[in-house]
Write a protein that binds this ligand. Structure first.
Ligand code: ADP
Ligand code: MG
Length: 484
């Protein structure tokens, strides 16, 4: 059976009502899921997206891809929004959340077509989500914070799992250490903006470095600068809002803001009163060569704990994707420090929840049983897609997983290296529990939201340019003379 064709572009917005409208919205969401489906997991593929100005982006990140797709279908946009909010809330799991929401809708579509009232479905889904979240909290494993060694290991593993599915998976050991080092340098607030990220084209990925402090591109360019020392210990830093050299104002502004936060001191507009209290401090200042650029490093800043990652690598798109991937990993490490409870990934947690909900559904009568069963079935989309993307026989692996979980193999998930299943907790495929909790709640809320919409009313004017302002009504000019 062919699904109704879905047009995501502007001219095709439908105006149907009731069940056909619901079905059409559900179909639109399937199209969104198709767009990101193949990117899930360590064996997922990347997408190359070219925008209307010809700028190419290569990405594996669900939120990035969906943002660039410029979706106009009103219901399908909901999925784009939850991917974005997942990105903002927890920074990872954006593909998973989209797939889950679409799969929820796909599984309940037969019930909608049969005429089951959406509110009945919504009620069942809310119950299922609550139960699932409770279950995750119950089985998540907490890692003791007191043991620094153990905590560091945990963090590196979480970062590595996040990087597994990215272009830089080959360098995940290198980068997961760097990411953990970077986050460890921050203070308790763990502010994301305190980790700077600079890209210098050229060199190998492994030439990337972490600077314990502020770093930016800048060359000394005053007369005789070649002769001056390029290294100062414990210098005082004057932050001047005046031009000592000709330089783009934007760069200078960034430099000042970063330095004020990190080194202390305040910005001066003249050199007349440079007393100690307006000067900043750091332990070491250096001007060094990074690839083809000169960089200023301010290390050991006393005021704020900041650090800067200087990325090296080939193509620009590649470095941009590296930056996004590191961002994911940094978010995960921050999450894991704040909430130190983790679950096993690779579909393990989804299979366990699926089993739990299926067992639960058997204890209740009627439609709710079917609906919670549908929810349980939808959760299997994650391990199934991981298999599909790795080229495995998904049916076979899922059968094995179901059997294993029925026997109490709680953390068994897909083993992407050998076409098989494995205890992913032992294999250290770990993810913070919060990522899965957020993904489940957001996906189920999105599904419920889409179900509760049974009509789209489109104002035909809204898409064309605003009508011209009637003559004589504008502000100021053109006012009729008698109004004075
Ligand atoms: P998302 O945008 O949802 O984070 P990813 O492409 O990062 O999508 O894929 C995440 C999925 O891949 C998670 O379900 C995670 O558990 C799984 N995964 C990551 N590393 C591994 C691994 N080594 N083996 C099996 N599954 C993995
Ligand atoms: Mg991920």
């Amino acid at each position: 059976m062919m699904p109704t064709p879905v047009i995501l572009l502007k001219e095709g917005t439908d105006t149907s009502q009731g069940v056909p409208q619901l079905v059409s919205n559900i179909n639109a969401c399937q199209v969104i899921a198709e767009a990101v489906r193949t990117t899930l997991g360590p064996r997922g593929m990347d997408k190359l997206i070219v925008d209307n100005r010809g700028k190419a982006t290569i990405s594996n990140d669900g939120a990035t891809i969906l943002k660039l797709l410029d979706v106009v279908h009103p219901a399908a946009k909901t999925l784009v929004d939850i991917a974005r909010s997942q990105d903002a809330e927890v920074g990872d799991g954006t593909t998973s959340v989209t797939l889950l929401a679409a799969e929820f809708l796909k599984q309940l579509k037969p019930y909608v077509e049969e005429g089951l009232h959406p509110q009945t479905i919504i009620r069942a889904f809310r119950i299922a989500t609550q139960l699932a979240v409770k279950k995750i909290k119950e089985i998540a494993v907490t890692i003791k914070k007191d043991d620094k060694q153990e905590q560091r290991q945990l963090l590196e593993k979480c970062a590595a799992t996040a990087l597994n599915s990215k272009l830089i998976a080959g360098q995940k050991d290198f980068f997961s250490k760097m990411v953990v080092d970077a986050v460890m340098m921050l203070d308790d607030l763990l502010q994301l903006k305190m980790i700077g990220m600079k890209k210098v084209q050229g060199g190998a990925l492994e030439d990337s470095q972490l600077v314990a402090g502020v770093a930016f591109k800048k060359t000394f360019s005053y007369a005789g600068f070649e002769m001056q020392p390029k290294r100062y210990e414990n210098p005082k830093i004057a932050l001047l809002n005046i031009e000592l050299e000709l330089k783009a104002e934007k760069d200078n502004a960034e430099v000042r803001v970063n330095n004020v936060e990190a080194c202390g001191g305040s910005i001066q507009t003249s050199v007349g009163s440079l007393t100690d209290d307006v000067l900043g401090l750091c332990e070491l200042f250096e001007e060094v060569q990074v690839g083809g650029e000169r960089y200023n490093f301010f290390k050991g800043c006393p005021k704020a704990k900041t650090c800067t990652i200087i990325l090296r690598g080939g193509a620009e798109q590649f470095m941009e994707e590296t930056e996004r991937s590191l961002h994911d990993a940094i978010m995960i490490v921050r999450r894991a420090i704040k909430n130190d409870s983790i679950v096993a990934g690779g579909g393990a947690i989804e299979m366990e929840l699926s089993k739990y909900l299926r067992d639960y559904s058997r204890t209740i009568p009627g439609k709710q049983q079917l609906l919670i069963g549908a929810y349980a079935k939808a959760l299997e989309v994650i391990p199934r897609q991981l298999c599909d993307n790795a080229g495995f026989d998904a049916t076979n692996i899922l059968n094995k997983l179901r059997a294993k979980h029925a026997q109490g193999g709680m953390w068994y998930g897909v083993d992407v290296n050998n076409e098989d299943i494995a205890d992913n907790f032992q294999a250290c495929v770990w993810e913070p529990a919060i990522v899965r909790i957020n993904a489940l709640t957001a996906a189920s809320e999105a599904a419920c939201l889409i179900l509760s919409v049974d009509e789209t009313i489109k104002n035909p004017r809204s898409s064309v340019d605003a009508p011209p302002v009637p003559a004589g009504r504008g502000r100021g000019r053109g006012r009729p003379p008698h109004a004075h």
